[in-house]
Design a binder for this molecule. Structure first.
Ligand code: ASP
Length: 331
């Protein structure tokens, strides 16, 4: 050998490369990603106190789901418990703090899907059940149906031990003001006030994915309007082969695009990765004139959080210790 030291350093370089690859490929055992709605959010109008409060609750939600996953719980438990934290917070447009419809009451939609066998449950137009995400799970596990609405969904809830709450439980002063403002057309766009759904996607240590979404819909909605959030394939999707998805934004566009399923289809049929598929779908949304965002997670623990608005409440946490919480774009 004419250059023995060269051979040695090449070998060392090769081994170093191997270990770096191994490190960067450290298997993600479990992961969880959330959103709390996308919309027009201004860094100048949202005070530091408000930002901190939103981030504080997002972190509580993330840690709630993470502790379920870290202690061996399933992705379904993690998604349900995480979304319940966001539903119980008046800050987000889901459960308590949901937006008002045209008639001045709250009507809630939610859905949940399990990636292992594509089982799914959803509810729409709920007026009296505290945590719609739990009801969606019960529809999935205890009924032969996928989507229940209104009075029928409430009757099913009572049969399965849910306690009713008065509609006033969901109503907050702040959301009422938003309705009045919108109805008086004092605010032209009002997008920030109309959006604000919550969602969660989780990967558990058994390799299963689940996704859930919960919302009050859009302020001033009329005629029993139902958005994308309880529509499997539009606002929510999960299958272990591709990914889990939860959406937020102007629901009519998401339904027309078959948004969530379309991302999974691009991965399944074109072999695209999560990031590319989410980018493509947000591009389609923008082209169509819709606004909103999406969170997505695949079985390797890759995460994508995309939106075409000025902000989206969002965050993730993974078993390798990586975590993040953000509000505005570029943050
Ligand atoms: N997508 C929800 C709906 O259209 C609203 C939102 O995400 O803000 O009902």
């Amino acid at each position: 050998m004419r250059y023995p030291h060269l051979k040695k350093s090449l070998l060392a370089f090769f081994l170093m490369g191997l270990s770096l690859t191994a490190l960067s490929r450290e298997k993600i055992r479990h992961a969880l990603v959330i959103h709390g709605g996308a919309g027009v959010m201004s860094e100048t109008t949202m005070t530091p106190d408000m930002r901190n409060e939103y981030k504080r609750v997002l972190r509580i939600a993330l840690h709630t789901g993470d502790s379920v996953l870290a202690s061996g719980g399933t992705c379904l438990d993690a998604v349900e418990k995480t979304i319940m934290v966001l539903e119980d917070s008046p800050l987000f447009n889901a459960g308590k703090g949901a937006v008002f419809n045209h008639d001045g009451i709250c009507e809630l939609d939610a859905s949940l899907m399990y990636g292992k066998d594509r089982s799914a449950g959803a509810v729409a137009g709920i007026k009296d059940i505290k945590n719609p995400i739990s009801l969606a799970r019960t529809v999935m596990e205890k009924s032969e149906h996928v989507l229940l609405t209104g009075a029928g969904a409430s009757a099913f809830a009572v049969e399965h031990g849910f306690k009713k709450v008065p509609n006033s439980y969901f109503q907050t002063e702040n959301r009422y003001k938003q309705l009045q403002e919108l109805q008086n057309k004092e605010r032209e766009a009002g997008i920030n006030d109309k959006h604000g759904t919550v969602g969660c996607v989780a990967l558990d240590q058994y390799g299963n994915l689940a996704a859930g979404t919960s919302t009050g819909g859009m302020t001033n909605k009329k005629y029993g309007r139902i958005g994308d959030s309880p529509i499997i394939g539009a606002g929510t999707w999960a299958d272990n082969q591709t990914c889990g998805i939860s959406c937020t934004g102007h629901g009519e566009y998401y339904i027309r695009l078959g948004f969530a399923r379309d991302i999974a289809a691009m991965m399944e049929y074109r072999g695209w990765n999560l990031e590319t598929a989410c980018d493509e779908e947000i591009g389609k949304l923008t082209k169509m004139g819709g606004t909103g965002g999406v969170i997505a997670l695949d079985k390797e623990g890759n995460i994508s959080m995309k939106f075409n608005t000025s902000g989206m409440f969002r965050g993730y946490i993974r078993s390798d210790g990586t975590q993040y919480v953000g509000i505005f774009s570029g943050e």
